[in-house]
Design a binder for this molecule. Sequence first.
Ligand code: NI
Length: 169
Amino acid sequence: MALLNILCYPDPRLHTVAKPVKEIKTETLTLIENMIETMYESNGIGLAATQVDVHERIIVMDVSDERDSPMVLINPEIIWAHPDRVKGEEGCLSVPNTYDSVERAIEVKVKALDKSGTLQEIHATDLLAVCIQHEMDHLLGKVFVDYLSPLKRNRIKTKMHKLQREVNH
Ligand code: NI
């Protein structure tokens, strides 16, 4: 297994639209294992392939307290979303140390393939529902800060540029 490099906002590659996985190959499974390891190592609850610069519709998540229940969603599709929406604080491994309020459907039903290629249907509520919507946005090239006002977004961009300068020098 290997840790993967996570793209940092405002890296333009984060706005790439991911393509469906046509076939689950050995490389796909290796990527998934590495994504799970990277997510745990970074203390994240979800990671989309887009964030590691692989533009295929794959997400991994683990919202359990024990951090021992990784979920893998390949080619996920939201088949139903609850009409009620709620605002909650979100963060993202691609936008370190930044949290802001985003509105999401309180419940969603998603169908996706698991890593063995079996179709699964997930009825997600609470944190899992938020996480799925956040990660699926990544596959469409959308980062949660895209929901914020231009003023807030510019502040975050400035902060990220500063952070990256500090890292690089
Ligand atoms: Ni994210």
